[in-house]
Design a protein around this ligand. Structure first.
Ligand SMILES: [Zn+2]
Length: 104
């Protein structure tokens, strides 16, 4: 059974889906992989990385957590805003990065 993880600002309830938890036998992740197995590693995706770095800047000094599916205190709510999500409250990667000076 696959489990998934998000990086969450628990103060703002903003989250970035990190993908599938890759682990060896126990629950401690070794790395995360979003999308199909033949998709590039998360670290090699320019847009995903830009979103991550903007999130880190925007939420500096906020409580950031990597929440693994099944954690008691971290499931998304209807009000959670997912970066890259497709619900009405979510923000696409393109919209999130539009005009961000960090892209230069
Ligand atoms: Zn925040």
């Amino acid at each position: 059974m696959s489990i998934y993880a998000d990086l969450v600002c628990t103060q703002c309830d903003v989250r970035l889906w990190l993908g599938k938890v890759i682990h060896h036998g126990d629950a401690n992740p070794i790395y995360f992989h979003a999308g199909p197995a033949d998709e590039a590693p998360n670290w090699a995706r320019d847009e995903l990385n830009a979103v991550l770095w903007k999130l880190l800047a925007e939420h500096a000094r906020h409580p950031l957590r990597v929440v693994v599916e099944g954690d008691a205190d971290g499931p998304p709510t209807d009000a959670s805003v997912e970066l890259g999500g497709d619900r009405g409250v979510d923000i696409s990667f393109g919209d999130y990065l539009a005009g961000w000076p960090g892209l230069r």
